[in-house]
Structure formats: structure tokens, C-alpha cells
Design a protein around this ligand. Structure first.
Ligand code: AMP
Length: 404
């Protein structure tokens, strides 16, 4: 899909072409047409996805007709570095237009910023604290403001800017277009989005990878050859409730279900090679609790909507990070608590890292006594956010007797 087909004016298509961009990134493909329509947008997008152009191009287009040297677009960012970067991008993408932009951030003198604000600029890119300073001194006139962007909203909240952002929001005209971008959409970001978007209908774009808050994620490092025995240990020790186990292949699902049965666990396999009637029977038995463990492939699990699933086990780490989000979404439904447990072999370390990057959280690596891996697992790579839970102890959880 070429840039021109997104509905951008020629001056902007030329500017991105000058930059060597041939195609819009996925976030741009989704956000630009919506933003051009004037819709509010909540985008789950990390740095590197092209999100800056996703909001700047529609802003530049919107501001092209109309008055000049009048503050009509405000971009709030968490850091001065990002402010400078967004400012440079605005100048780059706007090079064939005649709009002005300025950055406002702390740590440098107020005076040049004051002069720019007084003279009037079309776009201001600002960090919240310094912008409030200028507002308190009467340097900022929002009466013509049309667009607000909250960029890297999660970082802004992490840095304690929530009160400042809310004060700024109160000073802005309520009739405006608002776009919010955040790497992760946590409950806090969601609350900010609701306040900033002012009840307007918004569209969510990008990879929304947030998993439900009620899910506890546990990664167990284990050698491949011990996975089956480790899983049996876990299942025999689990508290009551249904468990959904995921395998990568149909063959793997059959083999695992048969092995678990031999270990005394009422497990059934569910996958696309089974006859429809048989699948339905298995699902009914699972729903009614006659079968407490279902071993399924991703595709077969799509239709499973069982409320009592307390635990999801990734017997194989999914190769597609998004699949992890879908899999674990089968537990902790309707606000309940659920456990997402992943058995991770050495050759799956990198896949697990990709999943953590997508979700924006890293999870501790656990081991099961007696099934320690022969190579110590790598600590998780730091990602955008710290893990929300402290180290949970699987040892305790697997140590108990089964209650059934
Ligand atoms: P961002 O996610 O906005 O920080 O952008 C990340 C990088 O991707 C920046 O260096 C942009 O110049 C670049 N970029 C943005 N959009 C495109 C595109 N459509 N094609 C190629 N590069 C792009």
C-alpha cells in the first residue's frame, strides 16, 4: 500500500518519499486514515513502529488550511529527548508546508520558548512540567487548539506526570481531536485515555497485547526431555479447576494427552483432526468438569469459551508472540484469577523474550525441584515495564496434594 492511498496530500507524500519511506508501517496504515477523518485514536505502539509519523502526518495535513502562527496542535511527551525528536520529525515531514513548530521542555532557559510561544507557533511539542510553567505565566493560548497527542503515555505516567497532564487537560478546549499512544495499555493508561478522550468514541489500533490483570504469569525453565514429567507433577499438585494445555502440533497434543492419562490425569486432546462430534463431546466433558485437562492446538482452542479455566499451560512456547496473548486469555475470564504457566526449554528462551517484549513485562524464571534445567536459564531481558508481581514460588504451589 503506497502512502498516497492513505489520503495524504501531495506535500506530505513527497516529504516521506524524500525520507526514503516506500510504504507506511502497520501503525501508520491503521492510524492515518482514521486520524485524517478527525477521529480520536488510542494506539498501542512502541517506539520504532513509526508512530510519530502516524500522528504527525495527519496533524500537518489538518493544519495546512487555516490560520498560521496560532497554537492548534499540542504533543505531550515524557522527555526532552523525545520532544526534540518529535520536533525534528515535524520539521522533516512538514518541509513542503509552511507551518511552524517549537519544543518546550525543562532544563534549558525559558526565554527562547517564551518568545516562540508569544510569537505564535502552529505545533508545540512539550514535556508536561515545563509547559505548566509557561501556562502559569500566561504564555500559552489554547483557544484555537484542535489536536492533542499524548505520546508514550505509559512513560509519562511512570515518570509521575499524571497530575500535570490532568491539569493541562483541564485547560484545553473540550472540542478537539485526541490521540494517545502507549507501548502498553495498562489500567492507568486506560484511565488517562478515558479522561483525555472526553467520552469521544475512539478506535484502538496497533498490537494491543495487554493481558488481563488477573493473570499470573510463571515461566518454568526445564529441559525438553523433562517437560512431560514436570507437567504431570504440576497437574497432580494443582488446586481444583480446569486446565488448558497448548501444544504446537496435533500429534504433540495426542501424544501428551495419552502420556498424561498414563500418569493418572484425566486429559483429552482437542484438535482439528478429530471428528466434529468427538470434539463436541470432549468440549462438553471439559465444560462439565468430567475432564479436567484439555490438551489443544491453537486453532482448536479458538472456540473454547469455558469460564472455569484456572490455568493455561504453554507446553510449547508459541512461535508467534501474539498466540501467547490469545492462549493465556482463556483463563482469568470475567475478572477471575488465573495462572499462565509456560514450560520453557533452552531453545525457546528467545521466543519467550519476544513475548515479554510484546506484552511489555518480564516474568521471573522458576524451576521445579528435581527438574532443574541442565543450563541455568537467562534472566529475562528488561522490557518497558517491571514485572508487576513479586517472584511467585512455584515450589509451594506444586508441593501440595491434589484436592480431588
Ligand atoms: P518512531 O516509531 O516514530 O520512533 O519511528 C521509528 C523510525 O522509523 C524513525 O527513524 C522513522 O524515521 C522511521 N520510519 C517511520 N515511518 C517509516 C516508514 N513508513 N518507512 C520507513 N521508515 C519509517
Amino acid at each position: 500500500m503506497p502512502f498516497a492511498s492513505l489520503g495524504l496530500i501531495d506535500e506530505l507524500v513527497r516529504a516521506v518519499t524524500d525520507e526514503g519511506y516506500t510504504h507506511p508501517t502497520p501503525v501508520q496504515q491503521e492510524a492515518i486514515p482514521l486520524a485524517l477523518e478527525g477521529r480520536d485514536v488510542v494506539g498501542s505502539a512502541q517506539t520504532g513502529t513509526g508512530k510519530t509519523a502516524a500522528f504527525l502526518l495527519p496533524i500537518l495535513q489538518r493544519l495546512t488550511p487555516g490560520p498560521r502562527h496560532t497554537l492548534r496542535a499540542l504533543v505531550l511527551v515524557p522527555t526532552r529527548e523525545l520532544a526534540e525528536q518529535v520536533l525534528q520529525s515535524a520539521r522533516t515531514y512538514g518541509r513542503h508546508l509552511h507551518l511552524t513548530a517549537a519544543a518546550v521542555y525543562g532544563g534549558v532557559g525559558m526565554e527562547p520558548q517564551t518568545r516562540a510561544l508569544r510569537r505564535g507557533v502552529d505545533i508545540v511539542v512539550a514535556t508536561p512540567g515545563r509547559l505548566l510553567d509557561h501556562m502559569e505565566r500566561g504564555h500559552v493560548d489554547y483557544s484555537a487548539l484542535e489536536v492533542l497527542v499524548l505520546d508514550e503515555a505509559d512513560r509519562m505516567l511512570d515518570m509521575g506526570f499524571a497530575p500535570d497532564v490532568r491539569r493541562i487537560l483541564r485547560a484545553l478546549p473540550s472540542e478537539r481531536q485526541t490521540m494517545l499512544f502507549s507501548a502498553t495499555i495498562s489500567a492507568e493508561v486506560d484511565a488517562l485515555a478515558r479522561a483525555a478522550l472526553n467520552g469521544h468514541a475512539s478506535v484502538e489500533i496497533g498490537r494491543r497485547a495487554a493481558t488481563a490483570d488477573g493473570i499470573e504469569h510463571v515461566i518454568i525453565a526445564v529441559d525438553k526431555v523433562h517437560k512431560r514429567a514436570a507437567l504431570a507433577r504440576i497437574l497432580l499438585a494443582r488446586p481444583e479447576g480446569q486446565t488448558l494445555v497448548f501444544t504446537r502440533t496435533k500429534y504433540g497434543a495426542d501424544k501428551l494427552a495419552a502420556a498424561l492419562k498414563r500418569d493418572g490425569i484425566a486429559a483429552h486432546a482437542l484438535h482439528g483432526d478429530k471428528a466434529q462430534r468427538q470434539r463436541q463431546q470432549t468440549l462438553d466433558a471439559f465444560r462439565e468438569g468430567r475432564v479436567d485437562t484439555l490438551v489443544a492446538t491453537d486453532i482448536a482452542a479458538r472456540g473454547i469459551d469455558v469460564d472455569g479455566i484456572r490455568m493455561v499451560v504453554n507446553y510449547d512456547v508459541p512461535t508467534d508472540p501474539e498466540a501467547y496473548v490469545h492462549r493465556v486469555g482463556r483463563t482469568a475470564r470475567a475478572g477471575a484469577h488465573g495462572l499462565a504457566l509456560t514450560l520453557m526449554a533452552v531453545d525457546e528462551w528467545l521466543l519467550m523474550g519476544d513475548i515479554e517484549q510484546l506484552i511489555g513485562r518480564s516474568f521471573p524464571r522458576e524451576v521445579i525441584p528435581g527438574f532443574e534445567p541442565s543450563i541455568a536459564p537467562l534472566e529475562p531481558r528488561p522490557v518497558n515495564a517491571e514485572p508487576r508481581r513479586s517472584r511467585s514460588s512455584l515450589r509451594m504451589r506444586t508441593g501440595g496434594r491434589r484436592r480431588r
